[in-house]
Design a protein around this ligand. Sequence first.
Ligand code: HEC
Length: 147
Amino acid sequence: MSMRRKLLMLFATALVAVIGLITLYTAFEYTLVSDVRERIAGAQTKEGVELGALLFETRGCSACHTLNGISISSIGPDLTGIATVASEAQIAESIVDPDAEISENCGGQACSRGLMPRFGDILDDREVTALVEFLSRYGRGGVERRE
Ligand code: HEC
């Protein structure tokens, strides 16, 4: 094997390893790290909109989605006003199985499939319901802001 080929193989292996590690870490962040943060915040005693607001912060939603002008990135669609264009069932489906239907506007660009984790595999029904309640209340277009 030529030196160039060997280097290329090495590079490809390193790349696969790095992508694997990032994927593992991301899964870890969305599950175990979030579990710990929620325990500290007393998630067990919260429910409905209040639990939804907590999960929106701890489960990474706010890292990808803007809501009422609060934004770190626009990887996912702006959720401001989501409750005026989507039903509760549609919002729930977007959370449980994001790839079932792909939204069109992610920061002015087409949205990518497979970026949003399948939260149906991560969250239980009570948590999904809480997120839906939270978005139904606060996803109305900045009329009612949090805090
Ligand atoms: C890694 C980034 C990422 C994370 C984390 C994430 N999302 Fe998403 N989300 C996306 C992307 C990209 C889309 C658009 C593609 C699609 O429709 O699946 C999307 C779509 C959505 C939609 C549909 C929006 C529309 O306009 O139809 C909703 C609702 C949603 N996400 C809610 C959530 C909630 C709630 C959480 C946290 C439990 C979350 N997202 C976490 C990236 C993310």
